[in-house]
Design a binder for this molecule. Structure first.
Ligand code: SF4
Ligand code: SF4
Length: 425
């Protein structure tokens, strides 16, 4: 039986000591040991766990697992995403997926829209179905379409159930209304759950804080997939992730490298530094106590090894390494999404006049980058800050500390003027 298919929760004695709080994740009870000689699993139950642990050479490294919110799943904090495999030959896909399972990864994420990836996951790892929690997604928004999508997903994935089935990218109010409307896809999701075809209903949301908030509070979902990276462009760390935690919703992250924005150009830094940035970014995301798992796209067995090593590193990431990560991000030459310049490093804080500089810039980025129907979200973000441009007395303290070289007082004025212009319209 698949890991995610345990009905009524997992009653294995080895899992009874689950985390009661994510912040306390260092008490992880279940670790997969990745050593030079292969894989072993330590099940840290009370006495028996300790004895088992001693049987393993501790020269290996541990890939931690976690209770995935109310889903009852026990998954590794690193999951494998499959988008990068779309363009890989079948042999590489086979090798990568199986390496991920060999390395102890127990969360595999795919989507109907990832071309042939559902089919490939079925072809190459369905014989190991009991080793991983399988999540997939559909863009189908009507009940009838969703049923067709689900049936073809089950067939392609060569399984009789999907552990977590997601509404893919419900990222604006109209979509959110649509999926719940009469004849919307939620009807199929619920029916299929009753039939045992899917374990948990989930949703992936790329942006729109209001939709995220309402989805969490609706009680409809066991888990969610959200975009989060060191840039936190969707501003989920402050409110959304803690809210999901309070509702005990499983949270898996996507876009730990900000959808490629944190992948530097070869001229920005050496390959070793780029690797270091990737490792630090994964550690940064995993260090958020409100995050269960980070799903990272992988396209080769070597990438699997690299990412597993990153996820096995000591957590939470310390200040020194966070600062190093920010410095590396500061060297990336490409523009960030929404024209973002601010790295949200907070080096400029505190401002002696109380200006919440990174938050003002985040609202400004949202205003310039969001489509028109989402711009009210930026208004909402900005209004909550209570910022007025006269608060900045142009002392210049922040400018000297900003690694991105932003002319902060001028940019603050620009942002204030942009929002003021919306109000007079
Ligand atoms: S220049 Fe303005 S924003 Fe920067 S520290 Fe001084 S008062 Fe604060
Ligand atoms: S120091 Fe610069 S980059 Fe960092 S948060 Fe402040 S404005 Fe943004």
């Amino acid at each position: 039986m698949a890991l995610g298919a345990r009905k009524g929760g997992d009653h294995s004695p080895f899992f009874r000591n689950d985390l009661t709080g994510l912040a306390d994740w260092t008490k992880l009870v279940d670790r997969t040991i990745v050593g030079r000689r292969g894989i072993g699993v330590i099940l840290l139950g009370p006495e028996r766990g300790r004895r088992r642990a001693e049987e393993f050479s501790m020269s290996g490294r541990a890939l931690p697992r976690i209770r995935f919110g109310k889903t009852g799943w026990k998954v590794t904090r690193l999951g494998i995403g499959t988008i990068p495999l779309i363009k890989q030959p079948e042999r590489a896909t086979d090798a990568t997926l199986n390496r991920a399972l060999d390395r102890g990864i127990t969360l595999v994420d795919v989507a109907e829209q990832y071309e042939n990836m559902q089919h490939r996951v079925g072809k190459f790892i369905s014989h190991r179905r009991g080793e991983f929690v399988l999540t997939t997604k559909t863009y189908s928004r009507t009940s009838r379409e969703a049923r067709k999508s689900l049936e073809s997903a089950l067939k392609a994935l060569k399984t009789d159930h999907i552990d977590g089935y997601m509404m893919h990218s419900v990222s604006c109010p109209a979509e959110w209304e649509g999926v719940r409307a009469k004849g919307g896809c939620l009807e199929t999701f619920r029916k299929a759950q009753g039939e045992g075809l899917i374990g948990q209903i989930g949703v992936s949301i790329h942006r729109d804080l209001r939709v995220m908030r309402e989805a969490i509070e609706s009680g409809l979902f066991g888990f969610m997939m959200l975009a989060y990276s060191p840039l936190d462009q969707e501003n989920v760390a402050a409110e959304i992730l803690p809210l999901a935690r309070r509702h005990d919703i499983g949270v898996m992250l996507m876009k730990a490298m900000a959808g490629g924005q944190l992948v530097p150009e070869p001229t920005d830094m050496s390959a070793e530094e780029a690797d270091r940035l990737k490792r630090l970014s994964i550690r940064f995301c995993l260090s958020n106590p409100n995050v269960h798992s980070v799903v990272v796209g992988m396209k080769s067995p070597e990438e699997v090894d690299f990412n597993v090593a990153a996820a096995c590193a000591t957590l939470p990431i310390d200040e020194q390494r966070t600062a190093e990560m920010r410095r590396l991000i500061g060297r990336i030459s490409k523009d960030f999404r929404y024209g973002q310049m601010c790295l949200r490093c907070y080096y400029c804080q505190p401002c002696p006049e109380g200006v919440p500089i990174p938050e003002v810039f985040r609202a400004g980025d949202a205003l310039s980058g969001y489509p028109d129907d989402l711009k009210p979200l930026a208004d909402e973000m900005y209004a909550k800050l209570g910022f007025r441009s006269e608060m900045c007395v142009e002392c210049g303290e922040c400018v000297a500390k900003c690694p991105a070289g932003i002319e902060i007082p001028r940019k603050l004025r620009d942002v204030a003027e942009a929002f003021a212009a919306r109000r007079v319209r």
